[in-house]
Design a protein around this ligand. Structure first.
Ligand SMILES: C[S@@+](CC[C@H](N)C(=O)[O-])C[C@H]1O[C@@H](n2cnc3c(N)ncnc32)[C@H](O)[C@@H]1O
Length: 232
């Protein structure tokens, strides 16, 4: 299981249509999605016009792509009200700036436009080394070498501490796939009661000692069980 197969399963078996991807890079995932309403957001797309043309032949749904070369914050401030004027989001992949503050804003902004049955998939929630969990600044000083997951794991903990109306778990695959859904019946209490400041101050060592609980970490089979998907 990886982010593409998770998205594909939901789109085919749950009939999800409208797709948004924050952080698209070379379009490795984005160009494969089959949807008439696909939104790509990235301040620095890593593909040229020729690749876009080639992808039209491989997957004709790419004719309908809408590209926004901008940060996700700018997109939500300037473009989103118009883009989602008469559309809601069924499924979103959040894979942009892998820092707590950015990832949390991305989740909150997507939620504003996501329908009640919609799903957010968030990449890179389960770093397995302290180096992979470092800040963007540290990764920059390493000249972008090595895997970088950042601290988006804190966004999962934030949801578990603040949002009684959401259910979140992380699948133990593909660097940790966060799965966020809206609850029809909000819980009475949250699983954790950390403040935002306490979450900001947690270290990788704290995370490593509490990984399973902080992420509500689940095996891949749980994805099929939770969404009642056919695993054939
Ligand atoms: C890990 S790559 C995305 C990979 C892609 N989703 C995939 O699955 O193949 C992260 C991307 O996020 C973009 N990014 C960085 N900051 C961003 C921001 N503030 N808003 C949106 N995208 C951002 C980067 O330009 C980069 O292309």
């Amino acid at each position: 299981m990886n982010r593409l197969s998770a998205i594909h399963l939901l789109m085919t078996q749950k009939k999800f249509k409208n797709y948004v991807e924050i952080g698209v890079f070379n379009g490795h995932i984005f160009f494969k999605i089959k949807s008439f309403f696909k939104i790509a957001i990235d301040p620095d797309f890593k593909f040229r016009k020729l690749r876009v043309v080639g992808k039209l032949f491989l997957n004709p749904y790419n004719f309908f792509n809408q590209y926004f070369q901008t940060s996700s914050d700018q997109f939500f401030e300037k473009n989103a009200p118009n883009v989602f004027r008469n559309k809601t989001i069924d499924i979103a992949l959040i894979d942009g700036m892998h820092e707590f503050a950015f990832a949390t804003r991305d989740v909150l902004n997507i939620l504003k436009y996501m329908n009640t049955n919609g799903v957010i998939i968030m990449h890179d929630c389960n770093p397995i080394t302290v180096e992979a969990a470092c800040s963007f600044k540290e990764w920059e000083t390493r000249h972008f070498k090595g895997i970088w997951n950042g601290d988006v794991w804190k966004t999962i903990l934030y949801i578990q501490s603040f949002r009684k109306d959401l259910y979140v778990f992380v699948l133990d695959c593909d660097h940790g796939l966060g799965v966020i859904t809206k609850l029809k019946d909000p819980q009475k209490v949250t699983r954790f009661q950390y403040s935002k400041q306490e979450i900001e101050q947690l270290t990788y060592e704290d995370f490593n000692a509490n990984r399973t609980a902080y992420l509500n970490l689940k095996p891949v089979d749980y994805f099929f069980e939770y969404f009642q998907l056919n695993n054939k």
